[in-house]
Design a protein around this ligand. Structure first.
Ligand SMILES: *Cc1c(COP(=O)(O)O)cnc(C)c1O
Length: 364
């Protein structure tokens, strides 16, 4: 038995003809960087999220970094980030010259613990980056209330949560701006690296687009020094095809997550808790268990693709060693990272495979 952790080939096979046609059209039209296909996807994705602007770029890390810059975050500033995320979330804060300030995570939702943000706010705090981790929406109404009270900017990291909602409102529409990754394995993934910046703020949109295109406004009119981080035509065309199926694929993920949760309710594992009023889009289906390493090895030996997202809390990574944090500083994040396992999750995952994985977990 082999149950892969992700199966991008199964998804491609389900849309092969349409995808091949779309890819060949880009080559025929030689619209390889920015251009027609990029503009088209930007409009489609802005409509999908329900925002005024979407600016495509090279990846979801550049996207976060350029948005921080566009909001004026830089040297001397502090930016609040959760203690569990992919490293991009804190990395970009340092890249723009600011300092990431870590906040522990919520014991059930694993996203930033909103109750622990205020104690980390100083006169230098400029922004908060909430991460909709695993596809679980952060309680954005509450977070925005806190941010407004302290005059902080908010950049939503939506890399794992395309289409997630809270109280019926799309994530990515609450903050000053939001960042998406279209890395192949994400819920909406290109066939290479790609990212997108979304906002209703005209000024942020204008600057973000300029930064990614060498500071140009029009050709050869460089108003500032920027960089090269644009959306490929090929990736844009792939994303336009896939966006049409995103809703269907998301529903498939949710159905599969519910099946896992139903079959695991009496097993000795902790299943994911969805926040009240939230639409969790299950980029990852993450359980918690004692003896995590042994359980993981047992699943691997049985042919189940499993992973850990993430094995180390951000502040406890080697690269932040000089900050001198200990696990007692982030007790929840530390405990969570010792116990989590991500199970196979994608729309095409079969009932049979879900049953096999859950049966193994009952017998562990
Ligand atoms: C994937 C991811 C990113 C970075 O996106 P890339 O496209 O890989 O650069 C940022 N934040 C989170 C939470 C992610 O999961």
């Amino acid at each position: 038995m082999t149950i892969p952790f992700v199966d991008l080939k199964a998804q491609y096979n389900s849309i092969k003809e349409e995808m091949d046609t779309a890819i060949h059209a880009v080559i025929d039209n030689t619209a390889f960087v920015a251009g027609h296909y990029a503009s088209l996807f930007e409009q489609q994705f802005a409509d999908f999220i329900g925002v005024k602007h979407c600016i495509g770029c090279a990846n979801g890390t550049d996207s976060l970094e350029m948005l921080l810059k566009a909001m004026g975050v830089g040297p001397g500033d502090e930016v609040i980030v959760p203690a569990i995320s992919w490293i991009s979330t804190s990395e970009v804060v340092s890249t723009v010259g600011a300092t990431p300030v870590f906040v522990d995570v919520h014991p059930q939702y694993y996203t930033i613990d909103i109750d622990k943000i205020e104690e980390k706010i100083t006169s230098k705090t400029k922004a908060i980056i909430p991460v909709h981790l695993y596809g679980q929406p952060v309680d954005m109404p509450r977070l925005m209330q806190l941010a407004r009270k302290h005059h902080l900017k908010v950049l939503e990291d939506c890399a794992q949560a395309h289409g997630a909602q809270i109280n019926g409102q799309m994530i990515g529409t609450f903050g000053d701006c939001a960042s998406f990754s279209f890395y192949p394995g994400k819920n909406l993934g290109a066939y290479g690296d790609a990212g997108g910046m979304v906002t209703n703020n005209d000024e942020i949109a204008k600057i973000a687009r300029m930064i990614g295109n060498h500071g140009q406004q029009g050709k050869h009119n460089h108003l500032m020094e920027g960089r090269n981080s644009r959306l490929d035509g090929l990736q844009a065309a792939v994303l336009s095809v896939k966006l049409k199926y995103l809703h269907q694929w998301t529903e498939g993920r949710i159905v599969n997550a519910n099946k896992y949760s139903e079959l695991l309710k009496n097993a000795e594992v902790t299943i994911p808790t969805v926040i009240e009023g939230g639409k969790h889009v299950f980029h990852l289906y993450v359980i918690r268990t004692q003896n995590r390493d042994a359980v993981m090895q047992y699943l691997k030996d049985a042919g189940v693709g499993v992973a850990i997202h993430y094995p180390t809390a951000l502040p406890l990574l080697k690269c932040y060693e000089s900050r001198g944090y200990t696990k007692e500083d982030f007790p929840v994040a530390y405990a969570v990272t010792q116990e989590i396992i991500s199970l196979p999750m994608y729309a095409e995952l079969s009932d049979k495979h879900i049953q096999e994985v859950t049966k193994l977990l009952h017998n562990k």
